[in-house]
Every structure is written in C-alpha cells, then in structure tokens.
Design a protein around this ligand. Structure first.
Ligand SMILES: Nc1nc2c(ncn2[C@@H]2O[C@H](COP(=O)(O)OP(=O)(O)OP(=O)(O)O)[C@@H](O)[C@H]2O)c(=O)[nH]1
Ligand SMILES: [Mg+2]
Length: 346
C-alpha cells in the first residue's frame, strides 16, 4: 500500500508548481517522493520527474499526426493512457515505497465529465495507492461573485465525478486581493458561507441581475449538496504547506498508514495532525495576506521574513520544513483577527 495526491485544477491554478514545492517539503520531512507527470503538454517541468507520460504519448505528436487541436489532442492522450495502464503500472513498480504526486493537465472537462481520468484514478487505487484528490482553484476567483460561484460549482462537480477523498484549495492565497478587494472575510469564501450574500452583490451588477434567477438556482444547488469548502495555500509559505500536509495525511489515510519511510512514528504524526480550529486558521491567513482597512499603513509589519513572498517566475522555495515541527509552534501562530461569516468587511 502506498499513498499519494492527485493534483487537479484549472489551467494555471498552480498544479505543477505545487507538485514541485510539495515534493521539496515532503522530502525535507523524510519521505521518499516520486512525481508523476500525467500532463502530455508539460514542456518545461520545474521538478525532476520520476515518470513522464510524454514518454508514452506527447500532445505535440498527437496534434501533428492526427491533425487535432490542443483540447482534442489532450483528450486523445488521456484516452491513450487509459488504454495503456500497463505502462504506468510497470513504471510504478519501482516506486512502491514512495509517496506519489500526480501532476495532471488543467482542462476541466477531464475531471468533470470525461470518463478517462476517472477510470485512470480507479485503476491506480486498485493497485493499492491511497489517493487524495487535491483540487487547486486560483484564489483570485474570490474577488468576483460570479467567478467564485462558478469555482464552487466546478469543485462540486469534480468531487462528484472523481469520487476521491477530496480537498479543495484556494491557491496563490498571497495574491488573493491582487485583482480587487474581497467583499467578505476570507472565512466566508473558504467555508462557502451563505451565498445569498453574494446574490445581493450579483443583483447590484446589471449583467448579474440579468441572470438573477439562474444564479439563485445555482446557489441553492450548491447549498443543497453542502459539500464544498476550501482551505488556503501559498506554496512558498512553509506554514501554509504544512497545514495542508496535515489535512492531506488525514484525508488519504497516511497518518494511519504502515511503517514506510518518513512515517516511522505514526503516533507522532497523528499528534501533529491535531485539528487547528478553522476560525483560527483563516483568521491568521486573513491577517497575513489581506490588507486590513483599519491599518493600511503597516500591512507588512507582521510578516515573517522567511515566509515573505518574493516571486521569481517558476521559483518555489518550500524547504526547511520539518516533521519535528512541534505542536507548540503551531499554537504560536498569529492571534486570530475578528472575522465573522457573512459579514461584510468594514
Ligand atoms: N504567488 C504565487 N504564485 C504561484 C503560486 N503557485 C503557483 N504560482 C504561479 O502560478 C503560475 C502557474 O503555475 P503552474 O504551476 O504552471 O500552474 P498549472 O496549474 O500547472 O498550469 P497548467 O499546467 O498550464 O494547467 C506560475 O507562474 C507559478 O509560479 C502561489 O502559491 N503563489
Ligand atoms: Mg502544469
């Protein structure tokens, strides 16, 4: 039995960067990690790839030989992989002791309605790999009510389609307000609060008002399922990555797993996976990445120098993580700011 993550999300949501950063982080924790690239269009991989689907089939070849466009070509590649699962099985034999990270393409239809990815996932699970579906959604979607609602719907249909133990993640949380101020506190968007508040916002917009009834029906559908919530991630912030690792370890069962490298003390891991209060968690993230209207002047004051984001293109620096990080350190996280679900930011 081995464990892994199935990393999905729309184009540009950060999947490849995530696999790179998460691999560095888990390696620093002592786990043996293997990244599998299942994106046949992934030309410039930032990580060292143990298994690369492009050895089996590449998008450029398919497009050229079959005269297909990029989307049709990608679907063809996934169907080709599905028909050649023996190839993947054989490759994975060398990595039985490894923690697996699957990097996938961003086309949404692959994980919302097309059946190949679903069948590929089923195959891999039957080989004894306990997977957690990790769905990355760029957090800028939160800045516009209509895009946020469509992101929640996408997450819902992905969960229902793939049927994996699943975590939705608002990625690039460090950039959450880059394209505009959030209408509500972060906790509202992470917990998918009462969407009636967003409907009011949509009604205020002439375009949104035109589709008022449709929006209302969609929000009520989301509400009926009551399945979607998000956690947050800045891949360059080790605390953010560590919090996510704890969630994933519980979701795919790693904390209850066998004695494999990096999992020498299940009890210690279980202890380190103690749940942080959601309220505290989002308040700390909000305080770090979202400017407080009351004190715009010193919005950088509380940042830890190590965790600050200085983005170079394609650069990830998520190392120095330690599996020995103590519970005490966790409790020393910044104090919660006052947030309340559904309340407008003052
Ligand atoms: N600021 C910030 N940028 C990020 C973060 N994660 C990824 N990025 C950037 O987002 C861009 C897209 O990241 P990728 O990892 O290529 O996204 P992807 O989902 O693999 O994209 P496709 O494979 O095309 O679907 C890159 O410029 C990354 O550096 C993050 O947590 N914070
Ligand atoms: Mg990618």
């Amino acid at each position: 039995m081995s464990f892994g993550q199935w990393v999905i999300g729309p184009p540009g949501s950060g999947k490849t960067t995530y696999c790179n950063g998460m691999s560095q982080f888990l390696t620093a924790m002592g786990r043996k990690v293997c990244i599998i690239n299942l994106d046949p269009a992934n030309d410039a991989l930032p990580y060292e790839c143990a298994i690369d689907m492009r050895e089996l089939v590449s998008l450029s070849d398919v497009m050229e030989r079959l005269a297909l466009g990029p989307n049709g070509g990608l679907i063809y590649c996934m169907e080709y992989l599905e028909q050649n699962m023996d190839w993947l099985h054989e490759k994975l034999q060398q990595f039985k002791e490894h923690y697996l990270l699957f990097d996938t393409p961003g086309q949404a239809e692959l994980y919302t309605n097309h059946t190949s990815m679903r069948r590929i996932v089923d195959h891999i699970q039957r080989w004894g790999v306990r997977l957690c579906g990790l769905h990355l959604i760029d957090s800028y979607y939160c800045s516009v009510p209509s895009t946020y609602i469509s992101a929640v719907l996408l997450s819902l249909s992905t969960m229902l389609h793939l049927e994996l133990p699943h975590i939705n993640v608002l990625s690039k949380i460090d950039l959450v307000e880059k394209y505009g101020k959030l209408a509500f506190d972060l906790e509202f968007f992470a917990d998918v609060g009462d969407l009636d508040y967003l409907l009011d916002r949509l009604d205020a917009d002439p375009f949104g008002k035109k589709f008022g009834n449709l929006n209302k029906a969609l929000c009520s559908l989301i509400d009926d399922y009551s399945l979607v919530s998000f956690t947050t991630l800045n891949i360059q912030d080790k605390e953010s990555v560590y919090n996510l690792v704890k969630m994933i370890d519980k979701t795919n069962g790693y904390v209850y797993g066998s004695f494999i490298p990096g999992n020498d003390s299940i009890m210690t891991l279980m202890e380190s996976s103690a749940t942080t209060w959601q309220f505290d968690k989002f308040a700390a993230v909000q305080e770090r990445y979202i400017a407080n209207d009351d004190d715009d002047d010193d919005d950088e004051a509380d940042h830890d120098d190590n965790d600050d984001i200085e983005r170079e293109e394609g650069d990830v620096d998520v190392v120095a993580a330690s599996s020995q990080r103590s519970q005490q350190e966790e409790e020393e996280a910044p104090p919660p700011a006052t947030t309340s679900k559904g309340k407008e930011k003052s």
